[in-house]
Each structure stands twice: as C-alpha cells, then as structure tokens.
Write a protein of this length. Structure first.
Length: 445
C-alpha cells in the first residue's frame, strides 16, 4: 500500500502542479474578461433566472433545478465539507482563502462548460445528451479527446464518486456504531443498487428533495456553531489572510513554501469542491430539455457560489473557530469533533446523519455522470451492466481504504478529466462569449 501511496502522491504533485492551477484560473479569468465581467454586471439577472425562477411554470422532463441539485449532489458533503477540512489540515488555514479565490474564476469555468454542453448537445429519441465529450467531438473536431474525457470520467466515478464518499460514510458511521466496514458498505451497496437500476431521473428526483433539505439543516447548524464562537471569528479571518500570504513567515523561502502549499491545496480542493473545470456537472445540465444554454449556465454559476462561497466558507470558519482545530484530527473526524463541541454527543450524530445524506447523493450523481459517458462510448447495454457490477463491487470493498490513498486517487482522476475539458473551454471560448452577448442583447435588461 505504501508503494501505491507514493506513486499516487507523485502523480498528484505532477498533475496538480503550477501549470494545472494556472490553467484552471486562466480559463475562468479569460471568460471573465471577454464577457466584460458580466458575472458582476448582471448579478441581478443571474439571481432572477436561477433561484428567482423556482416558482415559475413546471418544466417538462428533467428540470433545471433537478440538474443543479444532481450536480451539487456530486460535491456537497464530501467535497465541500470533508474536502475543506482536508484542505485546512494539509494546506493550512490560508487554503480556505484560495478556495474562495478559485471559486470566483470557477464560476466562469462552470458557466462556460454548461453553455457549451447545452449548445453542442445531442438529441436521441427525444432525450438530450451532452457534456465535454460531445463538445470536443462536435465543437473542437477532436473525437479522440472526447473519448478520453468519457473514459476519464468513468474512472473518476470510482474515485471521487465512489471510494471517497463511501470512505467518508464508513468513517462517520463507525464513530458511533462499531460495525465492520464491510457490513456498512454492503448495506450501502444494496441501497445504491435499489436506486440505480432504473431511469436517470429517479436519481434526480431524489436529489431535488434531499439536497435542499440537508443543505438548509447543515447551514443552520454551522451558523449556530459560529454564533457560539463569535468572539473567535475576527481572529480566524485574520489567521486565514495571514496564512494565505505567509505574513508571519520569518524567511522568504519558508514564506514561499507556505504560500505555495496553501494555493495548491486551496485551488485543488476548491476544484474538488465545486468541480469547476472538470466537466462533470454539465453532464446533468445537458439533460434539461426546455432551457436556454445561457440561462442554464447561470445555474452553473449558482452551483459554484452555493457550493464554495456558502458551504465551504461556513464549514472552514466553523472549523477554525472551534477548539477542535489543532487536535490533529483530519477529514470527517475533525468536523464531527466540531459538532460534538457545540451540540454534545448528539451533534456528532447529527453531522454523521448529514454527511451520509450528502454522500449518498454524491455516489448516485457520479453514477449518473458515468452512465452518460458509457452511453456515449458504447451502444450495447452489456457495458452498462458490467460497469454497474464493478461500481457496486468497488463500493463494497473500499470502506477500509487508507485515508491518504483515497484523496490522492481522487485528485489524480479529477486532473485527468480536467485536461481535455479545459482544452475545449480555451478553444471554444468565442462561442461562449457570442452566445452570452446574444442573450444579453435580448434579455439582459
């Protein structure tokens, strides 16, 4: 196992080196500038067309809200909660600052991904299919890269979409129930199997109901914990800013190392949190039948905002103001300790229930992404059935995987997805700008 961890760590450092971080931020910055900062200029329009439209006439088929809750299902809990705890413990408090910075550019990345996925999507028997693979094939005329993206997405579904949330569920449950990991994962596999053997919108209907409820519950709980530790809030904010720029470092070399580490984990965990630049969530957005590409792109912006600038930020500040920070805990265990400090033993149980409620939709959401990629690559149902068997098999066996191994594996697979997707964003940014200008001329007032 140590050999595999060493190999994955090496690949993680290569794939998430400075070139990848610059590429991610530059893709968002390019769209930000070329659309003349419409993210800020038209923020009222974006709000009106997203959460302001929830009471509008019901859409047929997969709705915009179902698509965004499915996309959020792939990130909330594991990416936005456990990922934040991991970023802070591995990259320092300053990583939280860089997560927020990456989210500003990530909003434009996600917007561009969704717009392109909607614009180049493929319709078959009245059903819409889309994603980076179709964008690369139709828009960039690079079908090989489309195939590679689909393959990488399928592989990533075993990491970020299977091993990581399953490991988190096992870790959370075993704090209170000393059950064997295999027993927990077997029960989880039965539950997942009962949901995946059916139409994709069954998964979306579950996410539409579960994600908003658990999100509100989690935000309220974190808000209460921040209120309890309100006297530490200002010092925590100051600590984040100092660590982000290594103000207190005694030597330039040390300062540079600390800043580099904070940026590395902040941006990489930020991407893990909101998946901007990876090309995953457009796979669910493209299934919305009755939607304008630009308006659906607005939901992509909302997705990153809610995921990182709401859930991640409130989680990070809750951790940093808690006495549990600095005890040497990691991942879910750290957040559980924060909840126990504020709510007692029932607080830990509350968090464990919340993280399971987040992690289950994450597994289902990534299964949905992989299923769309399998549909793109293969015409036979046999490959889907083979994938389902492998997916459930990995789910059963991965409950006792090493914590570090799990996160390095997820990082490597995320990067492999991001590379072809970012290529399409750079090559087709003119299409995004053109569609945005046309939409704003007609509806932007």
């Amino acid at each position: 196992m140590e050999k595999w961890i060493y190999i994955l760590e090496r690949w993680q450092k290569i794939l998430w080196g400075m070139p990848m971080l610059v590429l991610l931020l530059a893709s968002g910055a390019l769209l930000m500038v070329k659309t003349r900062f419409f993210l800020f200029r038209k923020s009222d329009l974006i709000v009106r067309k997203t959460i302001g439209s929830l009471g509008a006439k019901k859409q047929q088929g997969i709705t915009s809200f179902q698509a965004v809750t499915t996309a959020l299902a792939g990130t909330l809990g594991v990416g936005s909660i456990v990922g934040v705890a991991t970023a802070i413990t591995m990259g320092g408090a300053g990583a939280l600052f860089w997560m927020c910075v990456s989210a500003l550019f990530g909003m434009m990345c996600k917007y561009g991904e969704v717009v392109l996925a909607m614009h180049y999507r493929h319709k078959e028997n009245g059903v819409s299919y889309g994603g980076a693979m179709y964008v690369l094939e139709k828009g960039c005329r690079m079908p090989v890269l489309g195939v590679l993206f689909a393959l990488f997405c399928i592989l990533a579904s075993f990491g970020i979409g299977n091993i990581t949330p399953t490991n988190t569920i096992v870790e959370s449950v075993r704090v209170y129930l000393p059950l064997p990991p295999l027993f927990i994962t077997a029960l989880l596999a039965v539950l997942v199997a009962s949901l995946i053997f059916g139409k994709g919108n069954r998964i979306m209907r579950l996410n539409e109901k579960l994600i908003p409820f658990v999100s509100v519950l989690y935000i309220a709980a974190c808000g209460y914990l921040l209120f309890l530790h309100r006297e530490h809030l200002f010092s925590a904010v100051l600590f984040v800013l100092q660590d982000a720029f290594a103000i207190d470092a005694l030597e330039g070399g040390i300062g540079g190392f600390v800043i580099s580490k904070a940026i590395h984990f902040g941006v990489s965990r930020g991407v893990f949190s909101n998946e901007a630049g990876m090309g995953s969530s457009p796979l669910s957005h493209a299934g919305v039948v009755d939607a304008n590409p630009v308006e659906q792109g607005f939901w992509g912006i909302f997705e990153v905002f809610f995921d990182t600038l709401v859930i991640c930020l409130i989680t990070g500040m809750m951790i940093l103001t808690s006495d549990a920070y600095g005890l040497g805990l990691e991942g879910a265990a750290l957040v559980i300790a924060c909840f126990q400090e504020g709510f007692g033993v029932w607080g830990g149980i509350l968090f464990a229930c919340a993280i399971v409620s987040f992690a289950l939709p994450s597994i289902l959401g990534w299964y949905y992404y992989a299923r769309e990629c399998i549909h793109y690559l293969f015409t036979t149902k046999f490959m889907l059935h083979l994938y389902q068997a492998c997916f459930l098999g990995v789910l059963v066996c991965c409950g006792s995987f090493d914590f570090v191994y799990v996160w390095y594996l997820a990082d490597v697979l995320n990067a492999l997805m991001a590379i072809p997707n970012l290529i399409s964003l750079f090559l087709l940014n003119k299409d995004v700008v053109k569609l945005t200008k046309e939409y704003l001329i007609l509806y932007g007032r």
